[in-house]
Design a protein around this ligand. Structure first.
Ligand SMILES: [Zn+2]
Length: 108
């Protein structure tokens, strides 16, 4: 399979990404599917991007069931949250307790 790089997110995408993306866009009517925490209802603002519900970095795939349309606000918010989660995970790894007397760097 050939992969191409998505210029907006820097993600690797399959060669058939465009038809997948288009079908998800049609399914969601091009409207943001994010459930608002204040109303419990979908946002339904005009969509900006097709987003991976479970991020690629956490094993999410390109199947339509893992994809949703998001508006600019929710796409930005989710991307920032995933970046923050990634940093938190790396930090947790870096600050994991080391065994006493173990030489520094031995648990890398
Ligand atoms: Zn939204």
């Amino acid at each position: 399979m050939t992969w191409s790089l998505d210029p907006s997110s820097g993600e690797c995408l399959p060669a058939n990404w465009k038809p997948i993306r288009d079908s998800v866009w049609r399914r969601d009517n091009g409207l943001c599917q994010k459930i608002r925490y204040d109303t419990g209802l979908p946002c339904l603002t005009d969509g900006e991007a097709v987003d991976h519900i479970q991020p690629r970095s956490q094993g999410g795939d390109h199947s339509p069931s893992n994809l949703q349309v998001l508006c600019h606000y929710h796409h930005t918010q989710k991307t920032a949250q995933e970046a923050a989660d990634g940093k938190a995970n790396r930090r947790a790894t870096l600050t994991a307790p080391r065994r006493r007397n173990a030489p520094l760097g031995s648990l890398e």
